[in-house]
Write a protein that binds this ligand. Structure first.
Ligand code: EPU
Length: 417
């Protein structure tokens, strides 16, 4: 086990280049199962979740070649093998195996997903979608069994606009008979990315990025080459880290449009933001205004940036209120920030944050974004060494975090526990 050691207090300076999006990558890799020939994914992030997914595909018989930021997946020899245990258990996003296997083989047995368990994360909307398409879905000893004689297109209204359910239904419906319409679909950029890949594979999907997605089923899909969109959550994390350390950082390889909710909030705090075609400069200063933030589905403020934002708001003057309307209790970072001297209390879905100085402490990341929040907090503390354990969570979502931060001038290193 490793931990991150941080001596903070240095303003981050320089340029950081953002890798491809984790939450796209872990849907695009299983999407390749639906093709009959090679799928090439470019701009792939180097993350443990991606490594687990390549293990899952290899177990099914796919030929996977991963070099640098490119993965070549030849799914032509994939077989329908039950996966009640093994690597599927390590990942929450292994739920995409259900839609992909159902689409290709009309059957699947997939162990219930693991991953970041910051609160109960049901998959009832995924199952509702599969059943509407004609599949029988049962939970047997902790594994989901799916089977369909035939998948038939239909209209599905999602009770909650779930990212995972929207993508999973697109995967299964891409090779169903007839048209599927998803209403109240999630609108996150990663959904457009998956639809773009599927369309390049020969699928007919329209409306991705809006609340109504129409999928015209086709009998076969082929290989293609696709470049993954930049990771907006990684980008946002570096933007927040730049501001929290009162630095000056150019965040490169981003789509500024994806960052609008965050840039607007940062500007409201008095942080300097310069937007370019594919990059954003964050100019920190010595004093920030308090703000209220509401995490919502896209294009609202991303829940995945809620924890990092908590750390930034400890650096603002006055009291900020940060509420999460996507997850009701995603606040595992708060007690750890409090150990660092933060004045934060949680009331229902909200964290009430009073600005003030933090101090170094030994803290533990309980999930991926909580880990990012603690690293940012550590970067603001100049006296002493902040130790962040639970690095395995951070490695799930941040490509080259330590080397990137070091390039920006931070004093950060990994140490074996
Ligand atoms: N929900 C249900 N039923 C369902 C599915 C979701 O009630 O069947 C609820 C959830 O409990 C939650 C809300 O709907 O309250 C939204 O969940 P969603 O399904 O959109 O989340 P997800 O697909 O499981 C993805 C990301 C998360 C990110 C959320 C929200 C992946 C693999 N994960 O999760 O990313 O927080 O969307 O944007 O794409 C992260 O990267 O740290 C992370 C947790």
């Amino acid at each position: 086990m490793e931990k991150l050691m941080i001596t903070g207090g240095r303003p981050l300076q320089g340029t950081v280049s953002i890798s491809g999006a984790k939450n796209s990558a872990i849907a695009l890799i299983p999407a390749a199962i639906l093709a009959e020939s090679e799928v090439i994914l470019d701009n792939l992030p180097l993350l443990s979740d991606v490594a687990v997914y390549s293990e899952i595909l290899e177990e099914l018989g796919a030929a996977v070649a991963w070099e640098g930021s490119q993965m070549r997946i030849d799914p032509s020899s994939i077989k329908s093998i039950p996966m009640p245990n093994g690597p599927v258990k390590k990942l929450r996003a292994s739920y995409y195996m259900m839609g992909a296997m159902l689409g290709r083989f009309k059957e699947a047995i997939i162990g219930l997903p693991g991953g970041c368990n910051f609160e109960p994360r049901p998959i009832d909307q995924h199952i509702k979608g599969f059943e509407a398409l004609g599949a029988t879905v049962t939970n047997e000893h902790g594994a989901i069994h799916l089977h369909a004689k035939e998948l038939r297109g239909t209209k599905i209204y999602l009770d909650v606009s779930s990212v995972g359910a929207t993508i999973n239904i697109m995967l299964a419906a891409a090779r169903a008979k007839g048209a599927t319409i998803i209403e109240n679909a999630a609108k996150e950029p990663e959904i457009i990315d998956v639809a773009t890949l599927l369309n390049s594979m020969g699928a007919i999907i329209k409306g991705a990025g809006t609340e109504t997605i129409r999928i015209e089923g086709v009998s076969e899909l082929h290989g293609c080459r696709h470049s993954i969109i930049p990771d907006r959550i990684q980008a946002g994390t570096y933007m927040i880290a730049a501001a929290a350390t009162r630095g000056n950082v150019l965040i490169d390889n981003v789509i500024p449009k994806h960052m609008e909710a965050l840039t607007a909030k940062m500007q409201e705090m008095g942080i300097g933001i310069e937007e370019y075609d594919e990059s954003i400069r964050v100019l920190g200063s010595s004093s920030y205004e308090h703000v209220d933030v509401k995490a919502l589905v896209y294009p609202g403020f991303a829940t995945d940036l809620q924890s990092p934002m908590t750390s930034l708001l400890t650096q603002a003057q006055g009291v900020s209120v940060l509420s999460d309307f996507v997850y009701s209790n995603r606040f595992k970072h708060v007690p750890e920030l409090v150990r660092m001297g933060a004045k934060i209390r949680v009331e229902g879905r909200s964290a009430i944050i009073e600005g003030g100085k933090l101090n170094a402490a030994k803290v533990k990341a309980a999930d991926l974004r909580a880990g990012a929040a603690l690293v940012i907090a550590g970067l603001t503390v100049s006296e002493g060494v902040t130790e962040v354990s639970g690095v395995e969570y951070i490695d799930r979502g941040y490509d080259h975090l330590v080397s990137n931060l070091r390039l920006l001038g931070a004093d950060v290193w990994r140490q074996t526990e």
